[in-house]
Ligand binder design. Structure first.
Ligand SMILES: C[S@@+](CC[C@H](N)C(=O)[O-])C[C@H]1O[C@@H](n2cnc3c(N)ncnc32)[C@H](O)[C@@H]1O
Length: 262
């Protein structure tokens, strides 16, 4: 193959295919991001709902910060980093249409579109966030989730757990609402060498910056091992681990793990 250009005829064939299978458009993460952005353009910041329950575990200004995140359309493509690896898990792929999914902290609908794109059904997906402009996203706090125990087959925490002051409580809640054998997928930011504010971006900086020396490096979930430690012996099988490569330890990156529970 010498080039990867798409001819006019190919385009017509693709268009014809997409007319018949419009949901396949969601398989292009940029399209999920684009559709999500278009829907955000139609909303008014004042109409974004915010959690108004017990705020004792929440950082100050977290709600306004994430409303800015919605309006600013931040990181709409990022959920694909956590969602794509799920496709390789046979156990999931074979049962996706019936599995109950919980997305914790999706912020925008792009994450939900991406879950649909790999085979989950929108009617089986619940999403929980402190902020919501979408009927598909419930308002609530991950430290005290408004769901029954044993409710979900798959639970996603994409770049959300770092917002917690109490990671152990989040893990306890995930274990409570997960069905036995559930799959948990967690993605976190790794940002060790930036300054104190950058380092704790989603975590401390939210109008509450700390000095460099106040940051406890053990606190951050920068390795899959640290994440696994939160779930201890409740982990059954680890399907996917991504730790930052030795060569890139000085750069901002991500740490991702996908595992099943006993
Ligand atoms: C950085 S965004 C992550 C967006 C998306 N999941 C991704 O992978 O890019 C974090 C989201 O988690 C939400 N969040 C933070 N703390 C939360 C809590 N205690 N309970 C529920 N959602 C929370 C924020 O409102 C925000 O929408």
């Amino acid at each position: 193959m010498e080039d990867v250009s798409v001819s006019q005829e190919d385009m017509l064939a693709i268009n014809e295919y997409l007319q018949k299978n419009p949901l396949d458009l969601f398989k292009i993460p940029n399209v999920c991001a684009l559709l999500s952005a278009r829907r955000i353009q139609g909303i008014d910041r004042d109409h974004i709902k915010g959690y108004d329950g017990d705020a004792s575990r929440l950082r100050s200004n977290i709600i306004e910060y994430n409303k800015d995140g919605i309006m600013g359309m931040w990181a709409l493509n990022r959920p694909s980093l956590l969602i794509w690896p799920l496709v390789s898990i046979d156990y999931l792929r074979m049962q996706m249409p019936t599995m109950k999914v919980l997305s914790i902290g999706p912020r925008a609908e792009a994450e939900l579109f991406m879950l649909v794109s790999i085979g989950f059904r929108i009617e089986n997906i619940k999403a929980l966030d402190l902020v919501s402009y979408s009927p598909s996203v419930d308002i609530g706090d991950m430290h005290a989730m408004p769901y029954e125990e044993d409710s979900f087959d798959v639970i996603l925490l994409g770049w959300v757990i770092a917002y917690s002051n109490d990671n152990a409580k989040v893990a306890e809640e995930v274990l409570r609402v997960a069905k036995p054998g559930a799959i948990v997928a967690i993605g976190c930011e790794y940002s060790p060498n930036a300054g104190a504010q950058e380092k704790a971006k989603t975590h401390v900086e939210i109008n509450n910056p700390l000095d460099e020396e106040e940051i406890d490096p053990d606190y951050y979930l920068w390795t899959t091992q640290r994440i696994h430690d939160l779930f201890g012996d409740r982990i059954d099988r680890v399907y996917f681990n991504h730790d930052i490569h030795e060569k890139f330890k000085h750069l901002t990156g991500c740490c991702i793990t996908i595992f099943s529970l006993k």
